[in-house]
Design a protein around this ligand. Structure first.
Ligand code: GRG
Length: 293
């Protein structure tokens, strides 16, 4: 049931992203090609699914949420392109394809990432302009901007990059994970909630849920980097050890990292246990820890 729902959200997002590239008419066309190469390479579309599922959870209109689902995927894809660059993680495989800088070159990959980030904000502001509820749309835009920016994902990435090769504490590692990875997942949840007109109390509860699944997601990413199958993952494994990164696995060992995931799963599921339309959110943590990619 969960996987079917995720696949449905993924299809809706893919169709809308395809439309967006056509209707937006990025010039020059080759820039559009390089941007689309990474966006249309697949990916689980988890962040768009969170926007759409949270909107549905609170009875919102999916069509109003869709531009925000697309925007967050554009931002996520930009972050992957930049993260893979030689000056950051220097990875050559992503989503089962050569990374953007391997397929094209470093300068084009960098600019395609910049283009995607800008296109995300153009998309959200256009949606807000056309919306019959501008206040909700602006709140959703702000949630995504905060999540992506200097107090969210970029802050986490900054700390991650500067900590490479350094012995960091559990608290510092948690800071990195909460910002680098959890922030965008939380931003997706909040955006979906705001579009649906959810109460601040409901948004807070789902934000807490997002913190638990965000941390779980990054711990599972750390685990997959050690025990995953590169052909299923669509990216190389062993990169954390090569970059001398402290991770949940290097800090606690595999077994304890898995226990922490299970504890976080219980906490997340507890928060949505009594929600009438909460099935997607009940099943999501298990999907995160059992995924192969
Ligand atoms: C400006 C040079 C420069 C870099 C900044 C902010 C940033 C780039 C990178 C963000 C950090 C990052 C890539 C975090 C990793 C989060 C993560 C686990 C990504 C993988 O997400 P999935 O598994 O990927 O959802 P798919 O491909 O399925 O969408």
């Amino acid at each position: 049931m969960f996987k079917k729902q995720l696949a449905a959200y993924s299809k809706i997002t893919d169709d809308a992203l395809g439309e967006l590239f056509i209707s937006n008419g990025v010039t020059p066309p080759h820039l559009q090609e390089v941007m689309a190469y990474s966006v249309m390479a697949g990916g689980k579309r988890l962040r768009p699914a969170l926007v759409l599922a949270t909107c549905a959870l609170f009875g919102g209109d999916e069509a109003q949420a869709l531009p925000f689902a697309c925007a967050i995927e554009l931002i996520h894809t930009y972050s992957l392109i930049h993260d893979d660059l030689p000056c950051i993680d220097n990875d050559d495989l992503r989503r089962g394809r050569p990374t953007s800088h391997m397929q094209y070159d470093e300068r084009r990959a960098l600019l395609a990432g910049d283009g995607l980030l800008s296109l995300a904000f153009e998309t959200m502001l256009k949606a807000a302009d056309n919306s019959n509820n501008k206040t909700r749309a602006i709140k959703a835009t702000k949630a995504i901007a905060d999540a992506a920016g200097t107090s969210g994902m970029v802050a986490g990435q900054w700390q991650d990059v500067l900590s490479e090769g350094c012995p960091i504490s559990q608290r510092e590692l948690e800071y990195i994970h909460r910002h680098k990875t959890a922030a965008l997942l939380i931003g997706a949840i909040q955006a979906g909630g705001y579009i649906a007109g959810a109460s601040e109390q409901d948004i807070s509860l789902m934000t807490e849920y997002g913190r638990y699944i965000g941390l779980t997601f990054q711990i599972s990413d750390d685990i997959l980097d050690v025990v995953g199958d590169a052909s299923l993952l669509g990216k190389n494994i062993g990169s954390d050890a090569m970059d001398k990164k402290v991770t949940y696995v290097s800090l606690y060992g595999l077994e304890r990292a898995r226990e922490i995931e299970a504890e976080l799963t219980t906490l997340a599921c507890g928060l949505v246990a009594n929600m009438e339309k909460g099935a997607f959110f009940q099943e999501l943590p298990r999907y995160i820890i059992e995924r192969a990619n």
